[in-house]
Design a protein around this ligand. Structure first.
Ligand code: BES
Ligand code: MN
Ligand code: ZN
Length: 497
């Protein structure tokens, strides 16, 4: 897809379709009035006839004659005083779904003059360009590589987004949005790839490939022997039952000054989670191919950084393993010594995410991090607590937590904080080791984070439980690309100019 930003007047911008917004409540944006004027008041007439409710996500496609555009698509954008980031994206997504497999080859979106309420940072032209560009990339995503018959090629091949000027700040915002959307789509590709292909070694190869494609990315891969030497017995215990060897994947993007401390991201990369000897029930188990969603988000973020080159240092670590039952698998009751020296009684082999993450979180100390954020499809309990809308956020630093929450609000990739109070820690008491790897049913998301917190004492740290947000189940099953937008936004706010 060819994406461009244009500041030409709409009336002199020829296209197969022009997309403008119709609010349910509020004045028409300038673009809509401009289109109406060019069409001799036809749009106002439609509204007067009651054809345009303006409700968020409703659409009306009108073929035109003797106009600069062969069609106009009116998209309902709801009420001016109530429009959230999610509403704005919903309206745009509705427009894209009408057009993506239609006849128009070139479409102009004129939506930056639609206000978003209650979010000052987003209700700017740059803020909206970021959202528009990212949403366009997201909505045009397909994953058809494993179908024997490919769908017919799309006619739509050029998308223009209307802007007020050709300012560099606007272009940068637009390009950041596109890069974020493409990063999400890489994350989705990796997540959607079946687990017989996407195993730890394959993921490591993708990381090496990313470094080859972008000279600003460096990749290093640790194999079992190297991990053994470092004492990563907790991570290795998860891979013990699998024929697929584990990998620790390190990717570095250094766009900042050499002495700038790096922002460190850690991703859970369980390429398939059967539960191990504590075997999961069969129904829906295929979705445990998405248990590498945190790792996949790391890839998406790295690619987006490489494409936009912000002045910041980012180091990422992926703990990649497959959790399988077999004669060599870890048993409930086994005790392992983690890289930190702390011993862990593994009472449930299905609580494996924390077991791979704890060694990765110990490993990252060597980078002297500014902050560490881990992303993990860690607990089913997080879906019970927050459903599919918010990622769970837990942190040992209030300022860091607040910044991540704010980035989630700005991007519509929201998180919600849960407490990490000491009172929960005793649920991890073990009779035989320093801790056990499960804390029982109450507050399962929090006790999982409590477990991790025992390995993150030496730096500012936040944990995102993305069990409910990394993918969608049901008819529209597929990886979502979250939390790439949240983290990209957060990192960009810390990039030097
Ligand atoms: N990968 C799962 C968590 C998960 C489950 C994510 C369902 C998304 C949907 C994780 O490894 C796991 O199995 N967690 C257990 C922990 C329990 C044994 C303490 C869980 O949530 O049941
Ligand atoms: Mn599990
Ligand atoms: Zn898991």
């Amino acid at each position: 897809m060819n994406f461009t930003l244009s500041s030409k007047a709409l009336s002199s911008s020829k296209a197969d379709c022009l997309v403008v917004a119709v609010p349910e409540k509020g004045d028409w944006p300038a673009s809509t009035s401009e289109a109406d004027a060019a069409l001799g008041g036809q749009l106002k007439a439609l509204q007067n006839n009651g054809d345009l409710s303006g409700k968020t996500g409703t659409t009306l496609l009108i073929p035109l004659q003797d106009a600069p555009w062969a069609r106009v698509l009116l998209v309902g954008t709801g009420k001016d005083d109530k429009r959230t980031v999610a509403d704005f994206r919903k309206a745009l997504s509705a427009a894209v779904s009408v057009l993506k497999d239609g006849a128009a080859r070139h479409v102009i979106f004129a939506l930056t003059d639609t206000p978003i309420s209650g979010a000052d940072a987003v209700n700017t032209e740059t803020g909206k360009l970021k959202l528009i560009a990212r949403t366009l990339e997201e909505q045009l995503y397909t994953f058809t590589g494993f179908k024997s018959e490919q769908p017919p090629k799309r006619k739509l091949n050029k998308v223009t987004v209307a802007a007020s000027s050709s300012d560099k700040a606007l272009k940068d915002a637009f390009n950041l949005g596109l890069a974020t959307g493409r990063g999400m789509n890489l994350t989705r590709d990796l997540g959607n790839t079946p687990p017989n292909i996407c195993n730890p070694v394959w993921l490591a190869e993708r990381a090496q490939q990313l470094a080859q494609e972008h000279d600003v990315i460096r990749t290093e891969v640790l194999d079992e022997k190297q991990m053994k030497k470092l004492g990563m017995n907790s991570l290795l215990s998860v891979a013990a039952g699998s024929a697929q060897p584990p990998r620790l994947i390190v990717m570095e993007y250094r766009g900042g000054k050499p002495k700038d401390k790096p922002y460190v991201l850690v991703g859970k990369g369980i390429t398939f989670d059967t539960g191990g000897i504590s075997l999961k029930p069969g129904e829906g188990m295929d979705e445990m191919k998405y248990d590498m969603g945190g790792a996949a988000a790391v890839f998406g973020i790295m690619q987006a950084l490489a494409e936009t080159r912000p002045k910041i240092n980012v180091v990422t670590v992926i703990a990649a393993a497959e959790n399988m039952p077999s004669g060599t698998a870890t048993r409930p009751g086994d005790i392992v010594t983690s890289m930190s020296g702390q011993t862990i009684e593994i009472l449930n082999t299905d609580a494996e995410g924390r077991l791979v993450l704890c060694d990765a979180l110990t490993y990252v100390k060597k980078f002297d991090p500014e902050v560490v954020v881990d992303m993990a499809t860690l607990t089913g309990a997080c879906i019970i607590a927050l459903g599919y809308h918010a990622s769970g956020l837990m942190a040992n630093d209030d300022a860091l937590a607040d910044e991540l929450l704010a980035a989630g609000e700005r991007t519509g990739d929201r998180a919600w904080r849960l407490p990490l109070w000491d009172e929960y820690q005793s649920q991890l008491d073990s009779n035989f080791a320093d801790m056990q790897n499960i804390g029982g049913r109450p507050a399962g998301t929090i006790t999982a984070a409590c477990f991790l917190s025992r390995f993150t004492k030496e730096y500012r740290w936040a944990h995102l439980d993305i069990a409910g947000t990394a993918w969608t189940s049901g008819k529209a099953k597929g990886a979502s690309g979250r939390p790439v937008p949240l983290l990209m936004d957060y990192l960009m706010t810390h990039a030097g100019k």
